[in-house]
Design a protein around this ligand. Structure first.
Ligand code: LAC
Length: 243
């Protein structure tokens, strides 16, 4: 357990929060012309559904395997064919996603403000290391935590407990940030302070009985909340106070 020294502990989800999966559309479109948008959406939805099912079944397989299996299922359901090499190449893209445009600046600013940053993700340790290395931000994160350590996926509470236990703090002292609404719900239920990132402005999709503490269009909402409200007052920022 690493004792926390710093202004605040921010725990970031990876895919859809720091790392932009929309580049997969182009790659899929090149391989399956005209179908990139639909296949990418179906791939992500299937990938996530398989993580939830595997968790309920107590049948964990690592995220790279689930990701490849989901792609094979989606391509098959669309009546298309893909070779093993195609599937491997496309699935590998999940370890090569770029960061969203504002991420580096926000991360640097939070570190300058004295905060401790970490990642908590469904991704495998190797996938996550590849992502953070490519982003050039590896040194900014105190730790990169993968569900692989406990072999159950988000939003199981044991996943969120990995983060608060790692830092030896109460859940309410963790500022969790995710672009996945269901992940926000799971984190909020566990007791984290939660910032939901809603990049396309669709609002919270699932009503799971939990509301985030604040919603922003991108990560800059964190800087605004920190600077304007003061770190200790972040909990008071209302939902819907968007930037
Ligand atoms: C993750 C998924 C939820 O990175 O995007 O954990």
């Amino acid at each position: 357990m690493a004792p926390h020294r710093g202004r605040g502990i921010y725990i970031f989800d990876a895919i859809g929060t720091l790392f932009d999966g929309s580049v997969l559309v182009d790659r899929l479109d090149r391989r399956f012309p005209g179908e990139g948008v639909a296949l990418a959406a179906a791939w992500r939805a299937t990938q996530l559904r398989m993580t939830w099912l595997r968790s309920l079944m107590d049948a964990y397989e690592p995220f790279d395997r689930v990701t490849r299996d989901a792609l094979a299922a989606v391509v098959g359901a669309a009546g298309r064919e893909a070779t093993d090499v195609d599937l491997d190449d496309l699935a590998k893209m999940y370890g090569e996603l770029p960061v969203y445009p504002e991420v580096a600046e926000v991360i640097e600013t939070l570190v300058d403000l004295g905060s401790t940053l970490a990642i908590l993700s469904n991704g495998t340790p190797a996938m996550l290391m590849s992502l953070v290395e490519r982003s050039g931000l590896r040194e900014r994160f105190a730790v990169v935590l993968s569900v692989d350590a406990i072999r159950v996926y988000k939003p199981h509470p044991a996943v969120y407990r990995l983060a608060s236990d790692h830092f030896g703090v109460a859940p309410r002292d963790v500022r969790f940030v995710s672009g996945n609404a269901w992940d926000c719900a799971g984190a909020k239920r566990f007791g984290f302070d939660v910032t939901a990132i809603d990049r396309v402005g669709t609002g919270v999709l699932e009503d799971l009985g939990e509301r985030p503490d604040r919603i922003g269009r991108d990560l800059r909402v964190l800087i605004d909340a920190d600077r304007h409200a003061g770190a200790s007052a972040m909990n008071s920022r209302p939902v819907g106070d968007e930037v």
